[in-house]
Design a protein around this ligand. Structure first.
Ligand code: GLN
Length: 534
């Protein structure tokens, strides 16, 4: 029988519910349990693929090509398990499904209602994760906070789940926030009490409450919450903000949360918790090390969550190379005006991540030129590879006006062009080249050396590609197409031969990086940055 842990949020959002769910996953995995995690998002979009990163942060792409919430990135990094499409459910998907069936006539004669039709569809989708993953424990994170109108059907669905699967197989964990009131210097529990009351009003009684706070939380506070919210003392877990997210599983384990969950869910007999590898990782993160400044040049840099997997992947490669990677966030539009290169002066390496649309492109091209001309290590991710090629065309191959047809339909040199099978697509949602595809690495290239493998599988999310008509000119001038699709039709990686490290990939390597297993391309990039600096 699958066990379910439902994570809800109270008081305010963005306090780390996703990281908490991911960390619980790691704690249970460390006991030899198989874990999967699902996010229920209350918004009406079918997926976040069509939303601006300003609205939603990064769009995380799974192996099977789903465009999902960035919390799935936390789930993968913490549990080291690949999530699948079913791990992210939105209200949009639920209604889409129900309305398609209604038009087909599946409900003939019936009135369709939130209860039971919408809630049943949500429960069916929760069940799918359990069925497909074969996990012992499925952790279900409900997006938003209790009290949001949109989250009501999700909360009702998880309430019903206790009846469906039984008390011994369901566990409700409520994550709240304790604000600090400046005048008294105290953290306040009242908003938590109110949110638990709201949750109870919906028929859900939390089995545990996780108290997030920017301040230390003493035993008095813990006992007060336990008393007012009718939860055992040991089921109230203080979780003050940590400087390093990867400490959260250790903190949960130290507080006895693994034992508590296993006792409540009658998870008898799992091997004793083994977080030794994880704790060695945390020690490596916390050990003092020289810092290395890397620029991320993008147009959403004010919102760091827009590039969260890129930032984490850099950080992971830093740990492996004994460097503390510090990100210099560079707005690509600012590179286009006046100050220009000064914004990049002194950085140890430059990353141009993925993106869409023309805004900020000229600045990214400028960043690629700066890296090439100053022999500064450069890593281009998807769009970052495309701008690296455009820059090379314009400034080395002397092709004025070279561009991607995404930005200029009538460029004389369409270095980057729409993929053939994208040409007749008009729908915007879920229609890019998405998910994992194989890539063949060329013998003797830097990419091949980095991976130490001939065929690799990487995750994609793009419509445009390198135009093969220009391959010859580029190769002759000094660019190697070191990764291609197995049929050789699609450029997957390009790199400069005469440069310390200038590499771009059409795929997104950042999604596969893990804290204890940095991605080979990021690793090679950071190695080059270290080499350059010494
Ligand atoms: N806009 C580019 C394309 O669609 C790059 C996409 C990306 O960086 N993910 O090909």
């Amino acid at each position: 029988m699958t066990k379910y842990i439902f994570c809800t949020g109270g008081v305010v959002s963005s306090v780390g519910k996703g990281v908490t769910a991911a960390a619980i996953g790691r704690v249970l995995k460390a006991r030899g349990l198989r874990v999967s995690i699902q996010k229920l998002d209350p918004y009406l979009n079918v997926d976040p693929g069509t939303m601006s990163p300003y609205e939603h942060g990064e769009v995380f792409v799974t192996e099977d090509g789903a465009e999902t919430d960035l919390d799935l990135g936390h789930y993968e990094r913490f549990t080291d398990e690949n999530m699948v499409r079913a791990c992210n459910v939105t209200t949009g998907q639920v209604y889409n499904e129900i309305l398609t069936r209604e038009r087909r006539g599946d409900f003939l004669g019936k009135t369709i209602q939130v209860v039971p039709h919408v809630t049943n569809e949500i429960k069916r989708r929760i069940g799918l994760v359990a069925k497909n993953s074969g996990a012992d424990v499925v952790i279900v994170e409900v997006g938003g906070t209790v009290g949001d109108i949109e989250a009501m059907p999700h909360l009702e669905a998880i309430r019903q789940m206790r009846k469906d699967v039984g008390r011994d197989n369901s566990f409700y964990c409520h994550v709240t926030f304790l604000p600090l009131v400046g005048a008294t210097g105290e953290v306040k529990t009242k908003p938590t009490q109110h949110s638990v009351r709201d949750l109870r009003g919906l028929g859900i009684r939390p089995d545990a409450i996780i108290l997030r706070s920017d301040m230390p939380i003493d035993d008095d506070i813990r006992e007060k919450v336990a008393m007012f919210c009718d939860v055992d003392n040991e089921a109230v877990l203080p979780m003050p903000t940590v400087s390093n997210l990867y400490e959260v599983p250790l903190a949960l384990e130290r507080l006895g949360f693994g034992d508590l969950i296993c006792a409540r869910l009658h998870l008898n007999g799992p091997a004793a918790s083994d977080l030794s590898e994880w704790s060695a990782l945390v020690d490596r993160v916390n050990a003092p090390k020289p810092s290395l400044e890397v620029a991320i040049v993008g147009k959403y840099v004010e919102l760091h969550d827009a590039y969260i997997s890129v930032r984490e992947a850099l950080f992971h490669a830093g740990i492996a190379n004994d460097r503390n990677v510090e990100v210099r966030w560079v707005n690509s539009e600012a590179l286009e005006h006046g100050e220009g290169d000064a914004l990049l002066a002194g950085v140890g390496g430059i990353v141009v991540p993925g993106g869409f649309g023309y805004r900020g492109i000229e600045g990214k091209i400028r960043a690629a030129q700066f890296a090439r001309e100053h022999d500064v290590p450069y890593l281009g991710l998807c769009l970052g590879m495309q701008v690296m090629c455009i820059e090379y065309a314009r400034n080395v191959l002397k092709m004025p006006g070279a561009n991607s047809t995404e930005f200029n339909h009538s460029t004389p040199y369409p270095i980057i062009d729409l993929m053939v099978d994208q040409r007749d697509i008009s729908d915007m949602g879920g229609t890019m080249r998405l998910g994992v595809y194989p890539c063949h690495l060329k013998e003797g290239s830097k990419a091949r050396a980095a991976y130490g493998q001939e065929i690799v599988q990487e995750r994609h999310r793009h419509r445009w590609e390198f135009n093969n008509a220009f391959r010859k000119a580029f190769s002759e001038a000094g660019m190697t197409f070191s990764g291609v699709s197995p049929d050789d039709k699609l450029v997957e990686i390009s790199e400069l031969r005469d440069h310390i490290f200038m590499m771009g990939s059409q795929f997104h390597p950042e999604f596969k990086s893990r804290p204890n297993r940095p991605h080979p391309m990021f690793n090679a990039f950071i190695e080059a940055c270290v080499e350059k600096a010494t």
